[in-house]
Design a protein. Sequence first.
Length: 254
Amino acid sequence: MTLKAPDYLSASSISTFHQCPLKYKYSRIDGIKEPATFATLVGTIVHEILEVFYKLHPDERTVQMARYLAGDIWAKFQDEAGQTVRNKQEEIRDMRWQIWFCLENVWKLEDPQTINFDGTETEFNRAIDGVMVKGIIDRWDIDEQGKVNIGDYKTGKVPRRQWQGDKFDQLIIYAILTSDEFNKPIGNLDLLYLKEGVRLSCVPTEHDIQRVKQQIVTTRAMIDERCESGVFEAKPSTLCGWCHFKTICPVWSK
């Protein structure tokens, strides 16, 4: 029986497939949901707070307002947070502090009252070289030069230099989607690591853009081939220890 993968790719699904095809199958084809973790829940809450924050009038974007939004939005996630850390009060406190530190570090990176975006948490669905791709972009704008700029919030640690390329490839995917949508050239890409208050930036070259487009096409073909064969192989790595699917993974069990 031929397996059926989703009709679209995303930056995260491409990354998951190349990390481990079997993990891609479990999550994207079999539909096995991964429960929230401390880290993913921090990211979800911070993203939601900043989405609301940057939709406010610039004059309202103050530290006091960020603190108010943090408390208001935390209330929505309080029960889920308790379940995620098994109601350990120390970990709940740590989570709340980590969320606040991420928000506080925004002011290390920029003045929220002096910047505006054309879109926040915007979903784009477009074909890239014949492959449907979906992306939800944290923030984007078209500058005075008519170029599309993309920003992405990260709440984890800044990766080592050798691993930063993969993160920028995800932003290039978002930039291609936005560029195609508005027929505008790609400008600056920003990775904002809020936990450490670090901004990483790049302007992708045409070679970078074409390389990422080829990766999208190649990944789609590789997934389709595995759907035909029914075989999605496991790819053991140091990441296996953190994988939710290790309890059902045949390689891990050995």
